[in-house]
Ligand binder design. Structure first.
Ligand SMILES: *Cc1c(COP(=O)(O)O)cnc(C)c1O
Length: 350
């Protein structure tokens, strides 16, 4: 049977209205990649996998929720969608709206969106609006405007986004034949951790799989769920999780607690080091996507989590190609030689 996207594969397990009219780019079905060298660097004795969500059609997990949200909107005849975004939601909304023949409007915080994400939204024909302010302010605006104008809101406060994103938890369980012992992932607006927990709970009830512990990881400069209060001016190199007032913060805290896990913060240095560690194992992710594993490493090293003999899945949420600047900025310029064999040989033997 050919693969036809997450609604075709798991739609019967999702709470979507009758009128939903599938709009798909064959998202999902992303690989669960074993990373034995990283596992060794964490002390060994753990079966560690990366769920590489950067391999979705627009380069992030947002496509799982977006196919559901856009399909629902299309099915009731919506002509236009709107969202606030740190970048990946914009690219995903733009692509799925284009697919559905709808108009897309995306609000982004000024100057803080990675080049590859912004370019994607533009390429798909979205109307991109920059806010002289934060993501949180942009989100507040789109919530208000979608009450006044006929614009379907496709941020993760839209319940169908969460329904679609549950499919990642289903895929993890189906690939492993069981739930992992721990699942770690970055937390920004907290839709994804909410969706994973809902998905794991659903499989727990219907298929009797165990429940994993969830480790949600924020960036230290944008860690409202760790600090216990909103952050007015969130800062971090991991722009996808640069969010000070997570819309589903309460649910994220609940998911972490109910699962016997927790939410922790890591520094930008830890995030970038883990991004490099993943890249050196062949998996290039954007900075935010390395936060989950950086948090796991921190908790293992601090003796707070023991993963010996366990199965651990790290969700890597978005592709490194979206945000190449962060690597380019720290990169030595390539060596330059004349097009001569001798010069190449000398360089390589040096
Ligand atoms: C959106 C996003 C996140 C954060 O997900 P939330 O659901 O907002 O918590 C993390 N990483 C990447 C790459 C993202 O695009």
């Amino acid at each position: 049977m050919s693969y036809a996207g997450v609604l075709a594969r798991y739609g019967h397990l999702l709470d979507l209205p009758q009128h939903t009219a599938p709009v798909s780019l064959l998202e999902g079905n992303t690989p669960l990649i074993p990373v034995p060298r990283l596992a060794q660097s964490l002390g060994g004795g753990v079966e560690l996998f990366v769920k590489f969500e950067g391999l979705n059609p627009t380069g992030s997990f947002k496509d799982r929720g977006m196919t559901a949200a856009i399909s629902e909107a299309a099915g009731r005849g919506a002509q236009a969608v709107i969202c606030a975004s740190t970048g990946n939601t914009a690219a995903s909304a733009a692509a799925y709206a284009a697919r559905a023949g709808m108009r897309a409007v995306v609000l982004i915080p000024e100057g803080k969106v990675a080049a590859g994400k912004l370019a994607g939204a533009v390429a798909h024909g979205a109307q991109v609006v920059q806010i002289k302010g934060s993501f949180d302010q942009a989100l507040a605006l789109v919530v208000e405007i979608s009450k006044k104008l006929p614009l379907a809101l496709v941020n993760s406060i839209n319940p169908y986004r969460i329904e679609g994103q549950k499919t990642a938890a289903f895929e993890v369980c189906d690939a492993l034949g069981q739930a992992p012992d721990w699942l770690c992932l970055p937390v920004g607006n907290a839709g994804n951790i909410t969706a994973y927990w809902a998905g794991f709970q659903q499989y727990h009830i219907s298929k009797n799989t165990a429940l994993p512990h969830l480790l949600g990881v924020q960036a230290a400069g944008s860690a409202p769920l760790v600090l216990g209060q909103a952050v007015e001016h969130p800062e971090t190199v991991a722009t996808a999780i640069r969010i000070g007032r997570p819309a589903r913060g309460e649910q994220a805290l609940q998911a972490a607690e109910q699962s016997g896990g927790r939410i922790v913060a890591v520094s930008d240095r830890q995030i970038l080091d883990m991004q490099l560690g993943l890249a050196r194992e062949g998996i290039w992710v954007e900075p935010a996507s390395a936060a989950g594993l950086a948090g796991l490493a921190q908790e293992i090293n601090g003796g707070r989590i023991d993963v010996k003999g366990k199965i651990v899945v790290a969700v890597c949420t978005g592709h490194g190609l979206k945000d190449p600047d962060i690597v380019r900025e720290s990169m030595e310029p390539p060596q330059v030689i004349p097009p001569e064999l001798r010069a190449l040989e000398n360089l390589l033997l040096r």
